[in-house]
Design a protein around this ligand. Structure first.
Ligand SMILES: Nc1ncnc2c1ncn2[C@@H]1O[C@H](COP(=O)(O)OP(=O)(O)OP(=O)(O)O)[C@@H](O)[C@H]1O
Ligand SMILES: Nc1ccn([C@H]2C[C@H](O)[C@@H](COP(=O)(O)O)O2)c(=O)n1
Ligand SMILES: [Mg+2]
Length: 214
């Protein structure tokens, strides 16, 4: 467990949570793999991008600003995104969260740490070539306003310039679990499972297969 987490900024509400940041380029498969992790390991999936898109739909006062930034592939000010993440964590009964697509830049990272006091347990990093990510985004077909070639290129630039340094920051702290995400979905998930399976369970699984083959 990691904490303390003061979800509403008051000293009275303290929820201890365990957080895994899920990072990787646009289209690397973060959302796809998070759905599998939720099913197998009981985490709650919070996608920063999904929360921002829901905020646009809700007609909030920040909606137009968020929409314009997403269309330009830019990163929304941390204050806005952190509030949405805090609210989602606080309203959820679970204590294990996958935070997908956040922190996206140094400002996101430092502000989240300062406001919540949360250090991620580890960072799951989906490593994939730009060519493969571009192919996937152009086929995604979910009606996202930012899945057009012009915005995709801007998102890649922001990823290289602002998001990779955050991954490097956590790598220097020994917190990054890197996954080769260029393979088919099932193969990627096998690698992901190995990261989430406690070492004691891996020993049990190995001895069962030994007995089976006996
Ligand atoms: N390993 C894979 N092989 C082929 N296609 C994949 C793989 N993983 C995901 N996809 C497909 O690629 C597209 C992008 O995947 P997904 O939405 O999970 O990426 P993402 O990292 O969440 O992207 P974004 O940062 O834009 O939200 C989807 O259409 C998904 O079905
Ligand atoms: N921390 C974040 C996460 C996302 N956004 C904005 C900018 C992204 O291009 C867009 C889509 O995110 P995705 O669904 O691809 O993870 O949402 C942001 O500003 N800050
Ligand atoms: Mg996604």
């Amino acid at each position: 467990m990691i904490g303390p987490f003061e979800a509403n900024g008051s000293a009275h509400t303290t929820k201890k949570v365990s957080v895994v940041f899920v990072l990787g380029g646009p289209g690397s498969g973060k959302g796809t793999q998070c759905a599998n992790i939720v099913e197998h390991f009981g985490y709650t999936h919070l996608s920063a991008g999904d929360l921002l898109r829901a905020e646009i739909k809700s007609g909030s006062e920040n909606g137009t600003m968020i929409q314009n930034m997403i269309k330009e592939g830019k990163i929304v000010p941390s204050e806005v995104t952190i509030k949405l993440l805090q609210r989602a964590i606080e309203e959820n009964g679970n204590d294990k969260f996958l935070i997908d697509g956040f922190p996206r830049n140094e400002e996101n990272r430092a502000a989240f740490e300062a406001v919540t006091g949360i250090e991620p347990e580890f960072v799951l990093f989906f490593d994939c070539s730009e060519e493969e990510m571009e192919r996937r985004l152009l086929c995604r077909n979910q009606g996202r306003e930012d899945d057009n070639i012009e915005t995709i290129r801007k998102r890649f630039k922001v990823y290289m310039e602002s998001s990779l340094p955050v991954i490097e920051y956590y790598n220097a702290k020994g917190k990054v679990k890197k996954i080769d995400a260029a393979r088919p979905v099932g193969e990627v998930f096998e690698a992901v499972k190995a990261v989430f399976t406690p070492p004691s369970d891996k020993v049990k699984a190995a001895s069962w297969s030994f007995k089976w083959n006996d």
